[in-house]
Design a protein around this ligand. Sequence first.
Ligand SMILES: [Zn+2]
Length: 183
Amino acid sequence: MAVMDIVHYGDPILRKICDSVSDFSNLENVIDDMFDSMYEADGIGLAANQVGLDLNLFIIDITHTDEEEESHVFINGEILSKDGDEEFFQEGCLSLPGISLDILRPERVTLKYQSLDEIWHEEEFTGLLSRAIQHEMDHLKGKFIVDRVSQAERIQFKKELRDLTENSNKRLKSKVSKKGFVL
Ligand SMILES: [Zn+2]
């Protein structure tokens, strides 16, 4: 078990469009560590760039609800279509601690993705799973829930966003300077 640090708003990797996964050889270990990290943080979904990995990969576990019995791994995901009524639902985010927002999203999503065995799937999702998929796919395209609300709403969290950015910058700087102490 290895719990990875979850990176927060302000870290540039969370603004990146993540790279496709081409090497599946060590992915199982990466995914195990991502699940450990997500459970440790009490999350229901986690995108690879939230633990500093530039990969089009995310995991979801909503087995605490009645909707799903298994956890999910989505690799090289691409949203093919979104449809159904748009609904508001309150979303939090592991990379935005202390912030939750009502986000409008369509009810259904059709996702093309690969599973760990490299097989391609095309599947329609509804309910909480659809919601979580849309949230995680946003991450992999460099987008946050704060980008999906009006400026008036976002401004209420100006201080939180500034503090998160400052802390992310500090963290990045300390990481760089640490590289000088290879003894
Ligand atoms: Zn998130």
